[in-house]
Design a protein around this ligand. Structure first.
Ligand SMILES: NC(=O)c1ccc[n+]([C@@H]2O[C@H](COP(=O)([O-])OP(=O)(O)OC[C@H]3O[C@@H](n4cnc5c(N)ncnc54)[C@H](OP(=O)(O)O)[C@@H]3O)[C@@H](O)[C@H]2O)c1
Length: 225
C-alpha cells in the first residue's frame, strides 16, 4: 500500500510517517522540503501517482487574518483534485476538536476544509484532535510578557503527538470512515495549570497569570462580547 503524507515534516506528519512504516506500508513524505507544494500544486501529481491513500496533515504557515482560510481552501482543493486524478481510494484529513464552535479566523477554516472533503467523490476519513502537548510550549512562549505568562483558565484535554500519530496511521490504513473520529488525551486539565507544570519541569522561573482574555497561541479562545 502506498500512502502519501502531505505535511510530513510537521509535528504530527513526521510521527505519522514513522507509524505508517510500522504497518509495513510505503509511506511517501510530502512537503515543500520534498519539492511538493500543495498551494501551487508543484510536484503534487507526481507524488500521488500510484497512491492508494492520502493523509493530509498540512498546516498554514502564516497566521495573518484570512491566511488560514486561504491556505486550507486552496490546499484541500488542490490535494483532492490530484487525489481524484490519481485514483486515490482514501483521503484522511486531520482537523481539530471544537472546529465547529471555536471562534477564530483560523478555526473557521477547519469546518470549511471538512466540508470540501465531505463533498469530494474521494472516500474520506476526518480525524479531529485536541491541542497537542507541544502547543502548550508554543503558547507559553507567545503569551510571555516580561516574566509573566498570560494563560486563559480554561479546560483542555491535550494529546501527545506520539499517541495521535498511532491513531492517524491506524485510520489511514483502514477503510474510509465517511465520518469523524475524535482523538483526545487522557486527562481534562486547566490550561494555566498545564503551562505552570511545563515551566516547573524546565526550572523556568516565569510565573503563570490566569487571564480570561489571553489567546491560545495566536487564536482567541472565546467569542468577543
Ligand atoms: N498543533 C495542534 O495543537 C493541533 C491540534 C489539533 C489538530 N491540529 C492540526 O494538525 C495539522 C498539523 O499540525 P502541525 O502542528 O503538525 O503542523 P506543523 O508542525 O506546522 O506542520 C505543517 C506541515 O505542513 C507543511 N506545509 C506547509 N505549507 C505547505 C505547502 N504550501 N505545501 C506543502 N506542504 C506544506 C509543512 O512542511 P514544509 O514547511 O516543509 O512545506 C509541514 O510539514 C493542522 O492542520 C492542525 O490544524 C493541530
Amino acid at each position: 500500500m502506498r500512502v502519501v503524507v502531505a505535511g510530513a515534516t510537521g509535528r504530527i506528519g513526521s510521527r505519522t510517517v514513522a507509524r505508517l512504516r510500522d504497518h509495513g506500508v510505503e509511506a511517501v513524505p510530502v512537503s515543500r522540503r520534498h519539492g511538493v507544494d500543495v498551494i501551487t500544486g508543484d510536484g503534487l501529481d507526481e507524488a500521488l501517482r500510484g497512491a492508494e491513500v492520502l493523509v493530509d496533515v498540512t498546516d498554514a504557515p502564516a497566521r495573518t487574518e484570512g491566511a488560514g482560510l486561504q491556505f486550507f481552501h486552496t490546499a484541500t482543493t488542490n490535494l483532492l483534485t490530484a487525489a481524484a486524478a490519481a485514483g486515490v481510494e482514501h483521503h484522511m484529513v486531520l482537523s481539530v476538536v471544537g472546529a465547529d464552535w471555536l471562534w477564530s479566523d483560523y478555526f473557521r477554516a477547519k469546518p470549511l476544509k471538512e466540508q470540501i472533503v465531505r463533498n469530494s467523490p474521494v472516500p474520506h476519513s476526518i480525524v479531529r484532535a485536541t491541542p497537542f502537548f507541544e502547543s502548550i510550549e508554543v503558547m507559553v512562549e507567545k503569551n510571555t510578557l516580561y516574566d509573566r505568562v498570560h494563560v486563559a483558565p480554561v479546560l483542555a484535554q491535550p494529546v501527545s503527538t506520539d499517541d495521535l500519530a498511532v491513531a492517524v496511521a491506524h485510520v489511514a490504513v483502514g477503510l474510509p470512515l465517511f465520518g469523524v473520529l475524535k482523538v483526545a488525551g487522557p486527562e481534562v486539565r486547566r490550561l494555566d495549570d498545564l503551562a505552570g507544570e511545563a515551566l516547573t519541569a524546565r526550572r523556568d522561573s516565569r510565573v503563570v497569570v490566569p487571564d480570561a482574555q489571553a489567546r491560545y497561541v495566536d487564536r482567541p479562545l472565546s467569542q468577543p462580547g
